[in-house]
Write a protein that binds this ligand. Sequence first.
Ligand SMILES: *[C@@H]1O[C@H](CO)[C@@H](O)[C@H](O)[C@H]1NC(C)=O
Ligand SMILES: *[C@@H]1O[C@H](CO)[C@@H](O)[C@H](O)[C@H]1NC(C)=O
Ligand SMILES: *[C@@H]1O[C@H](CO)[C@@H](O)[C@H](O)[C@H]1NC(C)=O
Length: 359
Amino acid sequence: MILLSISIFWLSVCVDPISADPHITVEAHVGSTALLPCHLSKDFTQTPHIQWRADDKIVFERNIDRTDDGKGYKGRVDVPEDELRKGNCSLVLKDVRITDHTFYTSFVLKHVKATNTKKTQEINRVHLNVFQRVSAQVGSTAVLPCDWRHLSIQTPHVEWRIGDETVFKRLGKESFQGEGYKGRVDVPEDELRKGNCSLLLKDVRITDHTFYRFHLFLLAEMKYYPKAKEINTVKLDVVQSVSAQVGSTAVLPCDWRHMSIQTPHVEWRIGDEIVFERLGKDSFQGEGYEGRVDVPEEELLKGNCSLVLKNVRVTDETLYSSYILMMDTKKSVLVQKVKLSVSEKPEVMDDDPSAPPGE
Ligand SMILES: *[C@@H]1O[C@H](CO)[C@@H](O)[C@H](O)[C@H]1NC(C)=O
Ligand SMILES: *[C@@H]1O[C@H](CO)[C@@H](O)[C@H](O)[C@H]1NC(C)=O
Ligand SMILES: *[C@@H]1O[C@H](CO)[C@@H](O)[C@H](O)[C@H]1NC(C)=O
């Protein structure tokens, strides 16, 4: 499992099918820091008394003179005071855990003098979607972890999905494999009975790189339509391996044809360090890569973000990641991870091996 030092979040406003209340969804991976957005309207002139709750339990509270971290959130939560004064009531949640996956609501508390009670006013609702990251090599077998042992269900009807598309479905002995996953996916029945709903994904392909969500359907309530409970989200990072010889030219593959982007802005990085960047005609070559790297503009316009690395050196051996930078949101989206292995040139024989051994 690879945890990136930078965290990529994205926000989307969606409608919860149950409550039909609009809310914000924030996605964060296990171990990262999540920011649950919240903004106070101009009505609040002094530092307000703020509270964040999750399923009615207090997560964090800030009053004029004190702060409180809720049970299970000790040392992991904050609404910085300076930000709060500016009307920014966003919750900073560090070291995100799987169990943090839930609904969060922020409130502002106002003291009502007459009754000496506090009036709470809801500000914002945020759904935090916590996901796990799994990294797999092209061609290998990946296990997307999932566990429902904590739930007591007789006949589970389980499904792994990518958005609305089914990857794998199992109901008892019957199973279904989605298009593009035929013969490659399974949640073994015996494992499922033990409460292990992990998805086994064989012969991993570059195109498998995405979010997989696991849903459990509660059959008892299936009268009209089954009630689905989302249990787990796993992000599969597919890593491609490329090998090259010292002195040769390597092409690190990258393809964003499936994304619709007007003005492509691509970046290739090693960790946080930029190797190459291109925005239209402008490009930048990182230190140690001057004159050796390019993502040709005409290729980029076709959706081919492959990096051409000339005159490969032994020190180039590492993990490279390509990102597309979104113009509107200023966020970078990971497109591809490529592991480059560099081998020495086969040694050139000084002696002609066919020559008879000398005296
Ligand atoms: C709100 O505060 C958080 C940290 O508490 C910060 O990361 C974020 O950028 C702030 N948002 C705005 C709009 O200032
Ligand atoms: C769960 O099942 C997968 C394969 O289906 C297996 O690889 C994994 O080891 C199992 N995990 C546990 C905790 O048994
Ligand atoms: C993508 O670009 C690289 C170099 O820029 C090239 O070698 C490769 O053939 C291109 N791939 C496709 C599918 O066009």
